[in-house]
Design a protein around this ligand. Structure first.
Ligand code: NAP
Length: 287
């Protein structure tokens, strides 16, 4: 059985650091605040918003939930974002996805002020994620890399296969992996033979959203695997993109749940503090 790279220890370290920093801000009269925008209609995103609220309460971060009915007009949401952008007591703004079909996520995300964009979805922060310049990078790709590093795996000079090139995870992760000096092969829905690319990989990432996409016959004993996928199993539980029994065949693998998703939530709050620092004109910390 390969090593199971659980995220709890890394996430706890991030939360401890955040708690200390929140105390520091409090002594200067500041309280970090994240505003989440939720359009009704998707149960999972309502659940994730609730999880964020719980985490915020524990960290001493202020949390605002702005909920819209499923028929909400884009203009109403844009008006709220304009208000939140101008509100000096709100430091981070996040839009829960997916949205109902009549709303454009891209149009709404673009309206968020880049220095409050804690999910790294605005054009400014997407470009910063590509170039490595100052900005707020999306939390999930950061979590993928940080989890590997916590377990002592370096990416420099490694052959890496990335499965998925989606806007939320795969695409930003591709750029971040290159900055880690990895040699990256990107696979997607038109890749005919995933197993071929996994065979040549030392480290692989799955970010697709298809349960059991990667199976035990596709991997090899020296492989280290990071699973960012989140899917619902038949019994209602959460599963990744990698079949559970793959853990028996590889060197190390992240679990789902308890892996990338767990650390992603912690890093999202780190991004809120980064946003607050930008707004206070403080020095940047490494991400
Ligand atoms: P997305 O935008 O839907 O992208 C999915 C990617 O998978 C696309 O690049 C697609 O290829 C590729 N793909 C689809 N079928 C494939 C196949 N059979 N073989 C290889 N590649 C295939 O997804 P996303 O928003 O980036 O999210 C990816 C996963 O991460 C989802 O499960 C999502 O729930 C999860 N996620 C997790 C977290 C977390 O905190 N852990 C956070 C956000 C998202 P094409 O480009 O060719 O269409």
């Amino acid at each position: 059985m390969g090593m199971i790279m659980k995220a709890k220890e890394t996430a706890d370290a991030v939360y401890n650091d955040i708690r200390k920093r929140v105390e520091g801000y409090a002594s200067q009269g500041h309280r970090p605040c994240i505003a989440t925008i939720l359009v009704e209609g998707d149960l999972a995103s309502a659940y994730y918003a609730k999880m964020k609220q719980k985490a915020a309460d524990k960290l001493g971060v202020s949390f605002q939930l702005h909920a819209f009915g499923k028929d909400a007009a884009e203009q109403e949401i844009l008006e709220l974002i304009a208000k939140l952008n101008a509100d000096r007591d709100v430091h981070g703004i996040m839009l829960e996805l997916p949205l109902p079909e009549h709303l454009s996520a891209a149009a709404i995300e673009q309206a968020i002020a880049p220095f409050k964009d804690v999910d790294g979805v605005t054009p400014f922060n997407k470009l910063a994620t590509v170039t490595g310049e100052r900005g707020i990078y999306p939390a999930t790709p950061q979590a993928c890399i940080r989890l590997l590093k916590h377990y002592g795996y370096s990416l420099a000079g490694k052959n890496v296969t990335l499965v998925g090139r989606g806007q939320t995870v795969g695409l930003p992760l591709f750029h971040m992996l290159q900055r880690e000096q990895a040699t990256v092969t990107v696979c997607h829905s038109r890749t005919p033979d995933l197993a071929f690319h996994l065979r040549h990989a030392e480290i692989a990432f799955a970010a697709v959203g298809r349960r059991n996409l990667i199976t035990r016959d596709m991997v090899h004993p020296a492989l280290v695997l990071v699973d960012a996928g989140i899917n619902e199993s038949d019994d209602g539980s959460i599963a990744g993109d990698i079949a559970r029994d793959v853990a028996d065949e590889v060197t190390a693998i992240t679990p789902v749940p308890g892996g990338v998703g767990t650390l992603t939530t912690a890093i999202l709050f780190e991004n809120v503090l980064r946003a607050l620092d930008y707004q206070l004109g403080e020095k940047e910390t490494e991400q």
